[in-house]
Design a protein around this ligand. Sequence first.
Ligand SMILES: *Cc1c(COP(=O)(O)O)cnc(C)c1O
Length: 346
Amino acid sequence: MTDKSQQFASDNYSGICPEAWAAMEKANHGHDRAYGDDQWTERAAEYFRNLFETDCEVFFAFNGTAANSLALASLCQSYHSVICSETAHVETDECGAPEFFSNGSKLLTAASVHGKLTPQSIREVALKRQDIHYPKPRVVTITQATEVGTVYRPDELRAISATCKELGLNLHMDGARFSNACSFLGCSPAELTWKAGVDVLCFGGTKNGMAVGEAILFFNRHLAEDFDYRCKQAGQLASKMRFLSAPWVGLLEDGAWLRYGAHANRCAQLLASLVSDLSSVELMFPVEANGVFLQMPEHAIEALRAKGWRFYTFIGSGGARFMCSWDTEEERVRELAADIRSIIGA
Ligand SMILES: *Cc1c(COP(=O)(O)O)cnc(C)c1O
């Protein structure tokens, strides 16, 4: 095995997809206006509005931590709080950035089932305290697909947004793996966002095949007020913006974003199916997106690592996480499955 072998630690181990690469190349001709006043940025925003079938406000940031943090900050004041799942990326993997960029809005974790919040768990946290001493709940953030590879169905989303409306909460969606969710459900982007009551979506480009970049879509346009200033202040306004926006044109213009999501999902299904009969390997969560979480004996985890496989064991609730990406090769999935089988001694 060489250093460049495909791994399953994260979907961001992958490189740049051809469509994004080609668009970068096309954008790299002559001079163009800076700070987002260029044609590529206009086109990318227009593609998003067409794809989502609505006149949303579109912004671009370098990564998901910034996109999530700035989006959440725009949905609340510093004395407000944000309800999230205990496994949410904003809670466990953003180094306090949501609190930092919102000047102190506290994250409140709610119980989740397979990584998903429920109307009941939101209600419990939102109604726990209503006195002046407690940070007032103002936002709910959900992750689609979730950190443990599950997907919210449209009816689940609608039930959550109804609860949010009733309780006066804004609804944010971390869509680092939004393409995987759309592909799994066969739903349109609109159905999984604004039609289901989502106010703001952070649409992940990096894990979908780009080098860098996430788009922030405000379906509720008045929440986007001054968001451009927020991005600039946080160091997220790219001066050569066309290189952040052009890859989106590449991904969106012929549906590559969805094909890649579907491909990654298929690889995860394949991996799960190749090990699901092993009695000492347990699927920890339903495989719905591009991740497979396996509970395995400690010795098996060590043996897999010794064979050179890279994967995380601290995401979700223990066990080994295997992520597939836009370019995962089926052969590599089969190699991994074969190594798991031989180590377990099936
Ligand atoms: C990868 C990921 C992000 C973005 O992370 P960055 O490293 O900041 O780009 C956000 N949310 C989830 C659920 C992720 O998996």
